[in-house]
Design a protein around this ligand. Structure first.
Ligand code: C2O
Ligand code: CU
Ligand code: CU
Length: 500
């Protein structure tokens, strides 16, 4: 068994819950109760499931053919149903989530982004290992209202299969645009198919609607804490029903698209095997009881159905609190939220074929390290007269600086391996995300990780640290790293990297 750590984003076996509780800072952020008025939204106290919703829908799927996928994504306001309510949201091609894009390693993806919003936007392909330059995964592109942009992403022929996603990345508006509904899945298919009866793409999101069905406005305090919506949704639905036959093997591709909410997932009564997280893939599937997905993380999961009814639950996770705001213990109504109901009944399914094993992943622990860096994530008093924790706007910084597009914070030599120590001096967790080049998690709060864990979002716990190694291969150019609590990113916890 691999070492248990609350920051490894993977908790193995039944000890996971205890480790998480013990590792909590004892702080609970002050907004939880304000955001969870009694009887509204996802606040289904004590782990009880809310009335089970409709059958699960998946987003439309677009699949590449002959090495290409070409499409238009129109970002526009639209009326959709969210959690059973009529909502005015922001949509890609009229839906929340947007269409799922299915690709193969080596493919070329061409996306015409049309901006039909009344504010600027752009497009980011989260986790894909593609060029950040020019018309590639270039977050410095700004697409103004009424305009369009043609993105072209060329996946290397050895691109890791797995679960990825897309969302806007226009600095200052990222959290608002995702919270309003702009996100979608990208799947990079396995070279050798894994035999499953059913494959599901499960996008978890949260949002808050006002009484008129508009996306609710968010206070400065909620932005600083990282907003968590009242409605916790799976593919835009509240507690949908998934059905299966006993013995069936399913593949669940789970994406945490929430702006700030961590997902501590359980599906008690069912057998879960983790194929991988983010772009990482272990040689053999690992049996798990519980999974922690920080904002931005994905899990690629096999579920072997056992007769009965199980609830996919998101359990409370303590991600710390605002400096100067004392915790007050667990907030009632936030014990667990039901994400979906999994009903397994009927005749037994035919036994599935065996899962092909994967080549052992490369291990950067033995690589020569060309540079070591420390990146310090901080929340501090702002310069304004009210700065100082309570009430004023705080500064969200990396190495003491707020994001500036024109400044390059980190320069790395193309083709080298670096080791970064991510230090969190604040009393709140920050999920650290690097574009383009995946990170191998080496140590987790001083505890060595015993296996190869490739991630593009690594949680850095409150007042803790994490060490990663990064191979800056294949692509050069300018891109970014940031906290994937997207409110923090918008508030400045982001830096520019140039690889050359
Ligand atoms: Cu999912 Cu820079 O983002
Ligand atoms: Cu990203
Ligand atoms: Cu953060």
């Amino acid at each position: 068994m691999r070492p248990i750590s609350r920051r490894n984003a993977l908790l193995v076996g039944g000890l996971g819950a205890a480790a998480t509780v013990a590792g909590g800072a004892g702080l609970w952020w002050s907004l939880a109760s304000a955001q969870q008025p009694a009887g509204v939204g996802g606040g289904n106290g004590g782990g009880a499931a809310p009335a089970q919703g409709p059958e699960l829908h998946g987003p439309a799927e677009l699949r590449s053919a002959d090495g290409r996928l070409q499409l238009t994504l129109d970002a526009a306001p639209g009326r959709v149903e969210l959690g059973g309510r009529q909502a005015r949201a922001l949509c890609y091609n009229g839906t929340v989530p947007g269409p799922t894009l299915r690709l193969r390693p080596g493919d070329e993806l061409s996306v015409r982004l049309e901006n039909s919003l009344n504010e600027p936007t752009n497009l980011h392909v989260h986790g894909l290992h593609v060029s950040p330059q020019a018309d590639g995964d270039n977050v410095f592109v700004e697409v103004l209202p009424g305009q369009g942009f043609d993105y072209r992403y060329k996946l290397p022929s050895d691109h890791p299969p797995g679960v990825y996603w897309y969302h806007p990345h226009h600095h200052g508006m990222v959290a608002d645009q995702l919270f309003a509904g702009l996100f979608g899945a990208i799947i990079v298919e396995d070279p050798e198919a894994i035999p499953v009866g059913t494959e599901r793409v499960l996008l978890v999101s949260d949002t808050t609607l006002d009484s008129a069905g508009n996306i609710a406005a968010v206070s400065p305090m909620e932005r600083m804490a990282g907003r968590e919506g009242e409605l916790l949704l799976l593919n835009g639905q509240r507690n949908p029903l998934l059905t299966a036959q006993p013995g069936a093997r399913e593949r669940w591709r789970i994406i945490n698209t929430c702006v700030a909410r961590y997902l501590r997932l359980r599906l008690d009564g069912q057998q879960l095997q983790l194929l991988g997280m983010d772009s990482g893939r272990s040689a053999q599937p690992e049996t798990v009881d519980e999974l922690l997905l920080a904002p931005g993380n994905r899990a690629d999961l096999l579920v072997t159905a056992a007769a009965g009814e199980s609830v996919l639950q998101a359990l409370r996770y303590d991600r710390g609190g605002m400096p100067g705001v004392m915790g007050r213990g667990p907030v009632p109504g936030r014990g667990a939220d039901a994400l979906a109901t999994f009903r397994v009944s009927g005749a037994s399914a035919a036994p599935p074929g065996s899962v092909p094993s994967r080549p052992a992943p490369e291990d950067l622990r033995t690589a020569a390290v060309a540079a070591r860096r420390q990146l310090v994530l901080s929340m501090g008093a702002g310069s304004g007269r009210m700065g100082g924790g309570m009430g004023g706007m705080m500064r969200f910084t990396i190495n003491g600086r707020e994001y500036s597009e024109s400044r390059t914070d980190t320069t790395a030599a193309a083709g080298t391996v670096e080791e970064w120590t991510l230090v969190n001096t604040s009393p709140m967790d920050h999920p650290f995300h690097l574009h383009v080049w995946p990170m191998q998690l080496i140590s987790d709060n001083g505890q060595d990780v015993g296996s190869v864990a490739m991630r593009d979002v690594v949680n850095v716990p409150a007042n803790g640290r994490a060490t990663v190694r990064i191979a800056f291969r294949d692509f050069s150019g300018r891109s970014v790293y940031h906290c994937h609590i997207l409110d923090h990113e918008d508030l400045g916890m982001m830096g520019v990297i140039e690889v050359r």
